[in-house]
Design a protein. Structure first.
Length: 305
């Protein structure tokens, strides 16, 4: 069975398209698709926190088609989730894996089971372009990408000389079959060899506990996250991990839609939550108006600003 993204061919546009949820992904050659949220299969058991390790080479995924995002003179590589070989790889996963559950039900999101990391969502592209245009300093910074999927913003940070980039996704399968291969593909012969690249799977609340219990001083200069505020139910968890892991003078960049129709989240509602708690300064630093309205939010601790 093929892994499907529920394309609505009749409504295909150039590279963005609004759907009932306001979630839009970019898969392969700028197609737009519908995000299918299957809440009937939602699960109360959160995915535990786990660290995964990158291999030196990519025996299994090497044959998958590779896509590139060009940002000025940089090329960011990632696996094309629409590729047949990638489909085969997903088919070979255990029948009861979270990803196969999503595959079988043709769902792009199943709350607390599969959170959509096997696609490249459009706001991750927005975030990469923003980091580049705004010349956000990344060199020698310790960076965390939360809810990374393919991890393009984190990969960009690593190419810009970050001291380290830690990637996190809800699903272990996403880290193993999408994030790690994409990060490894971008490792160049002449790139930094001592960069601290680490990979974590699991629910934000449990990843937060794991990181802090293994080292109470774990903090990041920059935290990046894209398309992770679609569900209001997860806003508090995301807020808590951001608050716990940001250095006192660190900065957070959140790329997201203004409103996710049908699932209720979005930038305005998350911004309200942040303002109510009076711990962070939060501002919109870029708005994208073509297609579905999207924004980049910037957050920093109030005391630091
Ligand atoms: C729509 S995908 C976006 C993937 C990627 N950032 C992009 O823009 O292409 C949402 C991501 O949020 C993460 N996520 C959502 N809820 C989460 C939770 N409760 N704990 C950990 N990660 C979560 C998942 O890792 C998932 O990959």
């Amino acid at each position: 069975m093929a892994f499907q993204f529920n394309f609505d061919i009749g409504q295909e546009q150039n590279d963005v398209g609004e759907d009932s949820t306001g979630l839009t992904s970019i898969s392969g050659a700028n197609k737009c698709d519908k995000a299918v949220v299957d809440s009937r299969k939602a699960c109360d058991i959160l995915r535990p926190a786990k660290e995964l390790y990158a291999p030196q080479s990519l025996p299994e995924t090497q044959s998958c088609a590779v896509e590139a995002l060009r940002v000025s003179d940089l090329e960011l590589l990632f696996l094309n989730p629409e590729d047949v070989e990638f489909d085969r790889l997903l088919e070979s996963l255990e029948n009861d894996s979270d990803v196969s559950t999503a595959t079988e039900s043709h769902s792009d999101l199943i709350p607390n089971v599969y959170e959509g990391g096997l696609k490249v969502w459009e706001c991750s592209i927005d975030l990469v372009h923003y980091l580049h245009e705004a010349e956000v300093p990344l060199e020698n910074k310790h960076v965390l990408e939360l809810g990374c999927g393919a991890g393009l913003p984190g990969i960009y940070a690593s190419k810009k000389g970050a001291a380290g980039v830690h990637f996190q996704d809800y699903n272990e399968e996403v880290i193993e079959h999408m994030t790690i291969p994409s990060v490894v593909l971008n490792r160049s012969q002449d790139g930094p060899t001592n960069q601290d690249l680490r990979f974590f799977a699991g629910d934000w609340s449990l990843v937060q506990q794991k990181l802090i219990s293994s080292n109470p001083d774990t903090k990041y200069d920059i935290i990046l996250t894209s398309e992770t505020i679609y569900s209001v139910d997860s806003h508090d968890k995301l807020y808590q991990i951001l608050r716990a892991l940001l250095r006192p003078n660190g900065v957070i960049y959140i790329a997201a839609k203004t409103h996710y129709f049908g699932v209720g989240g979005g930038t305005r509602i998350f911004e309200d939550l942040v303002r109510q708690r009076k711990e962070f300064n939060i501002e919109v630093c870029k708005t994208f108006t073509e297609g579905v309205k999207r924004e980049i939010l910037k957050m920093a601790f109030l005391e630091a600003s």
